[in-house]
Design a protein. Structure first.
Length: 151
């Protein structure tokens, strides 16, 4: 079990490419973690989200993903039971560099870093409102968090 209650029951880091999405799940109630990859077609995403809701019918779920992802964000906004945290790519890059000195990018690891970023810094994360203008331009973490990873 985690030390303090988290506002979300399940945190998902989502790193997408043209053909697939890498996902990293952290259950904040049990501290269990697992990863998954899936196709990014709308049908595959709908099926995954239906399964996710069935597995967590009352759960508070958060997805952290890297900008730009306007189409994916607009797609996910249709699911009111998911809270989205789109982040600036530089924030993820700085967070990654804190752990990996080679600067090698790995979609599976980036999904993990996105989930861990939200797990550890959820109180500093900004949630855009529905169809918030920042979605199209790239929502930003507050300046303090940006500076934390800019050294």
């Amino acid at each position: 079990m985690m030390d303090s209650p988290h506002p979300f029951d399940l945190i998902i880091g989502l790193d997408r490419s043209d053909k697939k999405a890498d996902l990293y799940f952290i259950d904040t109630r049990t501290a269990q973690r697992h990863k998954q990859s899936l196709d990014t077609s709308p049908e595959a995403l709908h099926q995954w989200l239906a399964q996710l809701r069935q597995q967590h019918p009352q759960g508070k779920l958060a997805i952290c993903l890297e900008q730009p992802a306007t189409s994916l964000i607009l797609f996910l906004e249709n699911y009111s039971w998911i809270t989205l945290f789109p982040i600036n790519p530089i924030t993820l890059q700085k967070f990654r560099e804190a752990f990996v000195t080679s600067r090698a990018k790995d979609d599976g690891k980036d999904a993990q870093y996105l989930a861990e970023l939200l797990l550890t810094h959820h109180q500093k994360a900004q949630r855009p409102g529905p169809r918030d203008a920042t979605i199209a331009t790239g929502a930003r973490w507050p300046g303090a968090l940006q500076r934390m990873f800019s050294t």
